[in-house]
Design a protein around this ligand. Structure first.
Ligand code: ZN
Length: 242
């Protein structure tokens, strides 16, 4: 039993519709992957920001420690000078200087302590945050890998349908194929059935003459949306008759 051109055409369209489901899944997966890539970038940014914060605070602590050492050094020098003084007045002045330095050191101790504590708690907090981010990163990466492997699988499946599709394509007149391919690039459903005299895609009411042509299995374009039209009833009927 040789199929007529129109039945072959409908057969190809039906086949393509089944492929379209896979193509659509690939499109969805690509979008999801792009979203997850952005999520990963965001995590990386957060990790980076945390490290920068710690680095900045460490630098501040170092500066404060340096300042403290400076006071120590000044005190040491003053004490050296104290050992070599000749008179009481000078002795008294250096003594006062040493006392001032001692007070500065004492006052500065609490500043340094606050800085140490801030650094310690920031490090703790960041470490926790970092662990959480790394866990999230791992989960997202696993999801990404799964989606990429699904795309691979779908692409292989689509690839494997090509010989069958080619066979179906050969049974459809070249002119129809060209129109169909053009339309297929624009819409996912380039060929739609006519139901109750209307296009099922845009609901345009088909003129009577066109409807007769559709029933006669001619390739008619909908004047509303330019999709190709066919009559389901008739196709099924002719299938049964054949
Ligand atoms: Zn239409």
């Amino acid at each position: 039993m040789v199929k007529n051109a129109f039945d072959s055409f409908i057969d190809l369209i039906t086949f393509d519709q089944s492929l379209f489901v896979m193509e659509k899944e690939i499109q969805t997966l690509i979008q999801e992957i792009s979203h997850l890539d952005k999520v990963l970038l965001d995590y990386a940014g957060q990790l980076q920001a945390g490290q920068t914060k710690i680095k900045t605070l460490k630098k501040e602590v170092e500066n404060k420690e340096h300042q403290m050492k400076d006071f120590d050094e000044q005190e040491r020098k003053s004490k050296e000078r104290l050992a070599g003084v000749k008179n009481d007045r000078e002795h008294q002045a250096i003594k006062e200087e040493i006392n001032r330095l001692k007070k500065k050191q004492h006052d500065y101790e609490s500043t340094l302590m606050i800085a140490w504590n801030s650094l310690e708690s920031l490090e703790k907090e960041m470490h926790k945050h970092e662990q959480e981010l790394l866990e999230k990163q791992g989960a997202v990466q696993a999801l990404l890998d799964a989606k990429k492997s699904r795309i691979n699988q779908l692409e292989k499946l689509l690839q494997s349908t090509q010989p069958e599709r080619l066979t179906k394509e050969k049974q459809v007149p070249q002119e129809w194929m060209e129109k169909y391919s053009r339309m297929r690039n624009c819409v996912p459903n380039p060929v739609v059935p006519v139901v109750n005299g209307s296009c099922t895609a845009c609901f345009y009411s088909i003129p009577h003459q066109d409807f007769l042509s559709v029933l006669d299995h001619q390739l008619i374009e909908c004047k509303g949306c330019y999709r190709f039209l066919y009559s389901k009833e008739r196709v099924q009927d002719s299938g049964e008759v054949a």
